[in-house]
Design a protein. Structure first.
Length: 414
């Protein structure tokens, strides 16, 4: 974050803040060299708002007021959004006909999409760049509810059938590559349910430009520590679900693919134990949640795949184990609880057979949390490395050889 932008944020904050916060920021301003991450953390809530698309949280009141407070019964307009079909603004605490309480992920309002209904908005993007869209979704009554998210021509249907946690909603992310400088973001309910009160609820729609990090010299894995990924709300503790990628080219987690029919959870160090950096993945879907990457290799060379295997400290019931694949090698690793650390390092040796080798991970077990016995959880994977193991083995052997020679020399001297 540049200083001028920081200052703008500070000034804006002061305008809306109380005199006490203004005073605190005056003191901050007089202190030079404030680490960027300190300011970033301090303003995380402010930045959250900035990352939402226009009225992405559906808290902007329509001209006639929210339907729960409005007198007229006409169709509701939703500020900043175009709608098609039965789209309703819903409020926290409302009940559907069956008496079921509607779930509003955050704040007081969200939208519900009826049969074949959609909402859309044009967003400004940079042609050729990749973006991740993060949104929260909940199903209402139907078991088979799903949500189609598209940025034409890219389109993806997110299955809302699996409840990943007991709160009844989850943040999800999908990605797209911008073909023009404007993109139309469309959320549609593809379902045709008998009950018109059914249909998915969506909230908190945010967008983030994706950056693919450079591959480090000593590691063939791109985005090896999962630090580059979709937007996460700082004050939401549920992580972000990464559904199946339809397109290998654009992933909300650059470099990685979710190639199975269930999601994996992208987690942050604010709410979970993360082995390295601020982000990692939690394998929450057993064998049905596979994360993979094709890494560049040299045929016939000996490689080592190493990774951190951890516990997210989210009350996940053990045992936790992952199956790790590297080329034709597959090996399972059990997480061993340790009071001093939340993770351990595991490794698989393999000989590359081609110029690209698939590495992949899934959870051996289907785990749930011990407190509610139903929220899905699992082992954490982070800090994935693939490197030549032949060269380092030679080095070790050379060192051992030198050591032996030196010992023999000492013996001769004695
Ligand atoms: Ca990490």
């Amino acid at each position: 974050m540049g200083w001028s932008r920081t200052h703008t944020v500070l000034t804006r904050f002061k305008l809306g803040g109380t005199s006490l916060t203004a005073l605190i920021w005056e003191i901050f301003l007089t202190v030079k060299h404030i680490p960027a991450h300190v300011l970033y953390l301090s303003f995380s809530n402010y930045l959250d708002v900035n990352r939402l698309v226009a009225n992405g949280d559906f808290e902007t009141p329509p001209s006639g007021g929210f339907p729960s407070e409005a007198i007229s019964d006409g169709p509701t307009e939703i500020p900043s959004w175009s709608t098609n079909g039965t789209v309703k603004l819903v409020s926290a605490g409302e009940k559907v006909s069956g008496g079921m309480l509607l779930i509003v992920p955050r704040g007081k309002h969200a939208v519900r999409l009826g049969n074949d209904a959609e909402i859309s908005q044009e967003v400004t993007v940079e042609k050729g760049s990749a973006y991740a869209v993060t949104f929260s979704a909940a199903r209402t009554c139907a078991q088979m509810e799903s949500l189609n998210v598209s940025v034409p021509p890219a389109s993806q249907t997110v299955d809302l059938q699996t409840l990943y946690n007991v709160q009844g909603w989850d943040p999800y992310t999908i990605s797209f590559e911008a073909e023009e400088d404007k993109a139309r973001l469309v959320f549609r309910n593809p379902g045709m349910e008998d009950d018109p009160e059914c249909g998915p609820i969506i909230d908190d729609i945010a967008i983030k430009k994706l950056i693919t990090p450079d591959k480090p010299k000593d590691n063939a894995v791109v985005n090896s520590g999962f630090e580059f990924g979709p937007w996460m709300f700082q004050n939401v503790s549920l992580g972000v679900l990464l559904p199946t990628n339809l397109d290998e080219e654009t992933s909300p987690l650059p470099g990685w693919m979710v190639e199975s029919n269930r999601a994996v959870r992208y987690i942050d160090s604010n709410h979970y134990a993360v082995p390295e950096g601020k982000r990692a993945v939690e394998l929450v879907s057993g064998k049905e949640g596979i994360i993979s990457q094709m890494v560049e290799t040299t045929p016939n060379k000996l490689y080592s795949l190493t990774f951190s295997l951890g516990h997210a400290r989210d009350k996940c019931k053990e045992p936790l184990a992952v199956m790790a694949f590297a080329g034709d090698q597959a090996q399972n690793f059990h997480y061993t609880p340790d009071s001093n650390s939340t993770f351990q390092v595991a490794s698989v040796n393999f000989t590359a057979k081609a110029e690209r080798t698939r590495i992949a991970f899934y959870s051996v077990y289907y785990n749930t949390r011990t407190d509610d016995m139903s929220s899905l959880c699992g082992p954490v994977v982070d800090d994935v490395r693939v490197w030549f193991s032949g060269s380092s083995r030679t080095k070790v052997q050379t060192l051992l050889g030198l050591g032996l020679a030196f010992s023999a020399y000492l013996l001769v001297l004695v």
